[in-house]
Design a protein around this ligand. Structure first.
Ligand SMILES: [Fe+2]
Length: 236
């Protein structure tokens, strides 16, 4: 009698739990949109608040929701960190590559920027590596600007640390990045990546991509780049 009295609520409870968790992915398995680390107005005048809001909320937001929309068809995604996904991206369909790359690239983009005058300068260690590999910071910037301006259509320009410890400048199309295990990509750990998709600058700069690139340098968060450089060499 006691069992029969308890069985019904127990069964109802288990059914409710199944409905809650059994038919939906657990929240911890999904990717999430990181908030901007500063106000949308913080990078003005180089990057206007409207561009920042649309870029972060809608474009980056869409990459995250579209990536989450791929989990059901690609359950291995639920067990991968965003970082780990990049190095295994060849095992997934194009929609994961585009949206997983878009999520990683934009997450780094917000992090390597800071309001003008607040981003610090290259650390002595990073500056020594820059001088060794490029001759000077100005020479690095010239080469980087050329890579960013020459990227046809949509893509990214990158400063990377290669496996041999050297620095290099490279460029990727669409939402690819140097962490991806794909043919034709110069691989390395990204230290600084610039978004040259038109959505990143068109409202303010229209077709003047070089003006956007020039203004963007004043926003580089060298403190963050220094940390990425220091961490990239750990265990290498
Ligand atoms: Fe973008």
């Amino acid at each position: 009698m006691l069992f029969r009295l308890l069985a019904r609520p127990l069964l109802a409870g288990l059914t409710a739990l199944w409905l809650l968790f059994g038919t939906a992915l657990p929240a911890w398995a999904e990717f999430s949109l990181p908030p901007l680390p500063y106000a949308a107005t913080a990078l003005e005048p180089a990057i206007d608040a409207t561009t920042m809001t649309i870029h972060h909320d809608r474009h980056h937001g869409a990459y995250v929701s579209n990536l989450n929309g791929q989990i059901a068809a690609n359950p291995a995604l639920a067990d991968l960190s965003l970082d780990a996904l990049q190095g295994q991206i060849s095992a997934f369909p194009l929609a994961v590559r585009n949206n997983g790359g878009g999520h990683w690239n934009h997450s780094q983009f917000w992090a390597v920027l800071a309001p003008a005058g607040q981003g610090g300068t290259p650390s002595p260690e990073l500056l020594a590596a820059i001088n060794k590999n490029f001759g000077s910071l100005e020479a690095l910037q010239t080469q980087f600007n050329q890579a960013a301006a020459a990227r046809f259509g949509s893509g990214w320009a990158w400063l990377i640390r290669k496996a041999d410890g050297s620095l290099a400048i490279t460029s990727t199309a669409n939402q690819d990045n140097p962490l991806m295990d794909l043919p034709g990509i110069e691989r390395g750990v990204p230290l600084l990546g610039l978004d040259v998709w038109e959505h990143a600058y068109y409202l303010k700069y229209q077709n003047r991509r070089p003006d956007y690139i020039k203004a963007w340098w004043a926003l580089v968060n060298w403190n963050e780049v220094n940390g990425r450089w220091a961490r990239a060499g750990v265990g290498a």
